[in-house]
Design a protein around this ligand. Structure first.
Ligand code: ZN
Length: 374
């Protein structure tokens, strides 16, 4: 079966600003590393250049007045009442072309949806997508347009049953909210607890409402959760729920801000743990729409999403980063020339404390959610 990789050089035309943690160049780094490993010339690979979504696509989720505000903000100049829509200095800056950028990101996700839903292939990866915090009429957490929601809504209109798995360090609040009252979409978010991280939601007791009760699943982790504790909890919760729910298509948000050396969050995953999680997701997903997400150490982003694309293509990558990549990005001062980097050791007392807390959360989910889904 074919796998689609969706990308365009046009991403590099946009910039959140010199001090903003989300650096769009990370997408180019990921694309170039994937290319350097020769992973875009595989027999089953289809490269799809990203095309913009149209305005109508956005209106399937977002309010008209918010879209009008984003269009005005596209000129990159401050506009009146921007703060009412979450725009302005800080997390969601107004920059030149922000609406065009959002149309591209969302377009890529819709191309991934079309590729998989039409049966052209079984996996599509839109590394620019996964902007899971955007609300229907408010920008939030670096996200203006919620491409996962718009993609999932399209799948629902096609009559598909969708499971959404979000492994970003931050709770996938915008996606959860959009599907909080329906049983057609099972949303599962694994993230650092809202007690210690933006957006301050995603507690285990947020389980959905009405028909949707039991179809919103949250697995919050304490700071410094490591690979082993994370993987243990993932195994307890995610495979049984996917097996029972039997989605037609799995949509994932593959944020990599869960890593120990990410500057914005406090989880302690490594690329070794991440690789195992993504392999498990592949085993669970016969049809898979993969989106990017957070990740603020840009080299981590390139390495992790290269590993994702290799897993999607069932290729085991060697640890030596190709010379052509290192030469091309010599001015980035890349110190660690291995793909997976070093293993780390963490305080065993913190890990033990964390395990107790995580076991309680897992128990809660098994008691409250499992009876509704099985
Ligand atoms: Zn994040």
């Amino acid at each position: 079966m074919k796998k689609a990789f969706i990308y365009t050089e046009e991403y590099s035309n946009y910039d959140y600003g010199p001090t903003h943690p989300l650096r769009i160049i990370r997408l180019k780094l990921a694309y170039e590393l994937i290319k350097a490993y020769g992973l875009l010339n595989l027999p089953d690979t289809q490269f799809i250049p990203t095309q913009k979504a149209n305005e109508e696509d956005l209106l399937s989720f977002h309010e008209k007045d918010y879209i009008e505000v984003l269009k005005r903000a596209n000129l990159g100049k401050q506009i009146s009442d921007a703060y009412l829509y979450g725009l302005g200095p800080g997390d969601n800056p107004i920059f030149l072309g922000l609406f065009d950028w959002s149309l591209l990101v969302t377009g890529g996700t819709l191309q991934a949806v079309d590729f998989v839903a039409s049966g052209n292939g079984n996996i599509a990866f839109n590394i620019a997508g996964g902007l899971h915090h955007a609300h229907s009429s408010r920008a939030s957490g670096f996200c203006y347009i919620n491409d996962p929601v718009i993609g999932i809504l399209k799948l629902i209109r096609m009559g598909r049953k969708v499971a959404y798995i979000d492994i970003d360090a931050h709770h996938g609040d915008g996606v959860q909210k959009a599907f909080y009252q329906t049983d057609q979409v099972l949303t599962i978010s694994l993230h650092q607890s809202g007690y210690s991280l933006f957006p301050g939601t995603g507690f285990e007791y947020e389980i959905g409402e009405g028909k949707g009760e039991g179809y919103s699943v949250n697995l919050p982790f304490p700071p410094h959760t490591d690979d082993e504790n994370y993987l243990w909890a993932f195994e307890q919760i995610v495979p049984p729920l996917i097996d029972a729910f039997k989605p037609d298509i799995v949509v994932t948000q593959l944020g990599v801000d869960t890593f120990y050396n990410d500057p914005l969050a406090n989880l302690d995953l490594t690329i070794y743990g991440f690789e195992k999680i993504v392999k498990r997701i592949k085993e669970l997903s016969s049809k898979w729409i993969a989106l990017g997400g957070g990740g603020y150490n840009i080299l981590n982003v390139a390495k992790a999403w290269t590993i994702c694309w290799a897993i999607m293509n069932e290729i085991e990558l060697g640890d030596d980063i190709p010379k052509s990549f290192l030469e091309k990005f010599a001015n980035f001062g890349i110190q660690d020339k291995s793909l997976r980097g070093e293993r780390i050791s963490l305080s065993s007392s913190i890990l033990k404390e964390n395990r107790k807390e995580i076991e309680k959360t897992v128990e809660y989910i098994k008691n409250k959610i499992f009876p509704k889904i099985f």
